[in-house]
Each structure stands twice: as C-alpha cells, then as structure tokens.
Design a protein around this ligand. Sequence first.
Ligand code: 2AM
Ligand code: CA
Ligand code: CA
Ligand code: CA
Length: 269
Amino acid sequence: MNREQRDGIFQQAKEWVLEAGKAIRDKINDPLTVETKSDPNDLVTAMDRDTEYFFITRIKERYPEHFIISEEGYGDELQALEGTVWIIDPIDGTMNFVHQKRNFAISVGIYQDGVGEIGFIYDVMADQLYSARKGEGAYKNDTALLPLDKQKHFQEAILGLNHFWLCDNRLVDEKVMQHLVKTVRGTRTYGSAALEFAAVAEGIMDGYMTMDLAPWDIAAGIVIVNEVGGRTTNAFGKPINLLQKNSVLTCNPAIMDSIVSHYTVKGRK
Ligand code: 2AM
Ligand code: CA
Ligand code: CA
Ligand code: CA
C-alpha cells in the first residue's frame, strides 16, 4: 500500500472503530448473557461477537481483497501474513466489560505483508483513541505521544503484569518473578492487554509482560509502541510470530535487558 492508500484505510478504520465504540457505550447497561470459552474465567458475550461482525461485514464489503484475523471466529484462517491483514479484537478485556463496564478496548492492527502499518486501541468508556501509522508517530486522540524516556532506570520502572507470574508457572520460577517485582518501583494489572500496550506507549507504564497472548491482543499495540521507540518481543527477548500465540514483553528499551537478564541470571525453569 502506498501512503495515499494507507491514509484512506486509516481514516476508514478510525470511523469504524469510533462507531463500534459508540454502539457499545449506548448498550453498556443492557442485560448481558455471559458464556465461557476455554475455562470458567474465559468470558464472551454477544457484544464481543456483534462488534466483530460489524467490522468483518464492513471490511469485506469495502476491501474484499483484504484478510482478517479476529478472536470470535468470523475472520479468515491464514497460514501467512501476506497482503493487507486486519488483526482485530472486538473487545479486549471482556472480563472488565462484564464486571466493571469499563477498562476494555477495541484493538485493530493493520499489517501489510507482515509489517505493522496502522494501529488503533480505543478505550471505549473513556472515549480515548490511541492510534499510529508506521513512521508517523503515535497519538492519544489528537495529541502526539512523546518518545519514551531513554534514561529510565529499572528501579524506577512500573511494570504491567498479572498474578500468574507470581504463582507456580511454566515460564519463569516464581521466586525470580518475586525478586523482579520487588526490584522495580511498582506493578499494575489493567486486565486488557491492549490498554497495557497503550499505557506503555504513553509512558505511564514502562513495560508489560504476559505469558500467553493471541495476535489480536497485541497487533495494534505493537505498531503504537513502536512509534514512541518501544520494543515488543516475547518474554525472553525473541521475535513475536503474529500467526500464533506468544509470551509477550513490550517495553521501554532502556529496561528491556534488565527484565530479560533477570530470568537468565536468576535461572529459568
Ligand atoms: P480478552 O478479554 O480479549 O479475552 C487479560 O485477561 C488479557 O488477557 C486480556 O487482554 C484478555 O483478552 C487476554 N486473554 C487472552 N486469553 C485469555 C483467556 N483465556 N482468558 C482470559 N483472558 C485472556
Ligand atoms: Ca476473549
Ligand atoms: Ca484480547
Ligand atoms: Ca476479546
């Protein structure tokens, strides 16, 4: 896609994201039927499915040659990231949507031949839209986000992570993680991977690490974090594969080595 095509897709995607968000806000107090998927805490609602369907029908009509990877099953089964691929999570943070009626996001990443070109993370209830185009910086609504602080010290960092890291887990010894959380300034758990990426891009959190995320949880966030000088890898500093699940570390590069070396110095399970 050339610059003009990308700008056109950006404007169209932005309109759809805002429209989908408004539809969710308008129905936020309607009664919900909550179903479960892989486990009793893995939730889904009609709002997840309807929002995804909204995007799929519009994309297929307007851009029939584009492909879609999405959570709730209306997308395509892709073996490669060739052509233009929309990677969509209609509601990221469904547990927050159900229990809190806030702190969830619409996440849309648009990739061309595997390269992230456009990212949107929409904090629906706060009406805050994070967006980026590759090489053109990242924005929160109409305000440009600043480059991440290159002098950030690990001891002054706030890390996003959930409690699973501190329990017995298959990736890193929990004692190592307890040491890590005691070394940094503080930790936060937002419950929406997309909003945690947005917080890293905004510089209000310095890193976010998680054990097992799907492409739609991270595709938009990768593009947005990139534009402020952040980096995204798997939890061990290795490249992400957007056709499968990955452990994920997105952070200010100034603290990346400190996080990754923590596991190797302290010993990986
Ligand atoms: P989701 O709400 O779109 O499912 C915190 O739980 C984060 O992990 C959210 O971004 C959530 O996305 C994601 N996640 C991925 N797999 C999950 C699962 N099996 N159960 C709950 N959350 C999951
Ligand atoms: Ca889900
Ligand atoms: Ca998600
Ligand atoms: Ca989701």
